[in-house]
Design a protein around this ligand. Structure first.
Ligand SMILES: Clc1cnc2c(Nc3ccc(N4CCOCC4)cc3)nc(-c3cccnc3)cn12
Length: 275
């Protein structure tokens, strides 16, 4: 019977090397015995999820990600649990975490950054068409597949737009848009345009090697709220133009994803479709 037709259990898998650990669990290389299918098995401990009050978030991650099919979105093939743990059967991304490649390289060459941003725009367009906003776009949540293509992973924060987030968030503020850092921002309604802002922050970080508003937490919030950032002179004029069209305070004035895909900086570095 095919993988999808029956309840999976841990015995269906041979567990390989640990690939790494995330905030709430470890990821292992695994092979499904009957088919030899290689995948990544993410193990979450129920006790930790309850402590972290994230069980709802994990349920949402599973629900959302298991219905997504896109080359730049990491597949969730299935899940199962035993008394103590939840197991997510995920697509194996052969080249690991994008942020490790970014830290190793310092910053990416413009052609590579443009290809990654084009793939991110395609993935976000797919998600937004399903009224899903990711809300946590950053290098740490992007993996690299065996052919160098990027895969958005970790949908723990994604929700159906529009939304006003209740769950407290932790980790870096660098990627938050103005509408979420402004006082009262948390209780305003915001929509998928927050991912456009994060795409601009991601593009800046790819090209410069650090986030545009990186500072102390208080200063970061203030600089985001005012859109205060400078683009170094080594960044090409076309790239600077696209960054400026994404890092716009007013969400309604941010460049739509279709226009990101057709921006001269993207077309210059990516084989134009049908070109
Ligand atoms: Cl989900 C998921 C699917 N695939 C992966 C993956 N794949 C992966 C591939 C290759 C290498 N190596 C390539 C040679 O140099 C050493 C690392 C690491 C991870 N990693 C993580 C992960 C998660 C947390 C920390 N660290 C890695 C999660 N993954």
């Amino acid at each position: 019977s095919s993988l999808r037709d029956r309840e999976l259990t841990l015995n269906d898998f041979e567990i390989g090397k640990p690939l790494g650990k995330g905030k709430f669990g470890r990821v292992y290389l695994a092979r499904e015995r009957s088919t030899g299918f290689i995948c990544a098995l993410k193990v979450l401990h129920k006790s930790e999820l309850v402590q972290g009050k994230v069980e709802k978030q994990v349920r949402r991650e599973v629900e959302i990600q298991s219905n997504l099919r896109h080359p730049n979105v990491l597949r969730l093939f299935g899940y199962f649990h035993d008394k103590k743990r939840i197991f997510l059967v995920l697509e194996y991304a052969g080249h690991g975490e994008l942020y490790k490649h970014l830290r190793k390289a310092g910053k990416f060459e413009e052609w590579k950054a443009a290809q990654y941003i084009a793939q991110m725009a395609a993935a976000l367009k797919y998600l937004h068409k399903k009224h899903i906003m990711h809300r946590d776009i950053k290098p740490e949540n992007i993996l690299v597949g065996i052919h160098g293509e990027i895969k958005i992973s970790d949908f723990g924060w994604s929700v159906h737009a529009p939304n006003n987030r209740r769950q407290t968030m932790c980790g870096t503020l660098d990627y938050l848009p103005p509408e979420m850092v402004k006082p009262g921002g948390k209780d305003n309604f915001y929509d998928e345009k927050i991912d456009l802002w994060s795409l601009g922050v991601l593009m800046y970080e790819f090209l410069v090697g650090e986030a545009p508003f990186e500072d102390t937490p208080v200063m970061t919030q203030r600089r985001i709220a005012r859109g205060e950032m400078t683009v170094p002179s080594f960044v090409s004029p076309e790239a600077r133009d696209l960054i400026k069209k994404l890092l716009v305070l007013d969400p309604s004035k941010r460049l739509p994803l279709t226009e990101v895909e057709q921006h001269p900086w993207i077309l210059k570095h990516c084989l134009a479709k049908g070109g």
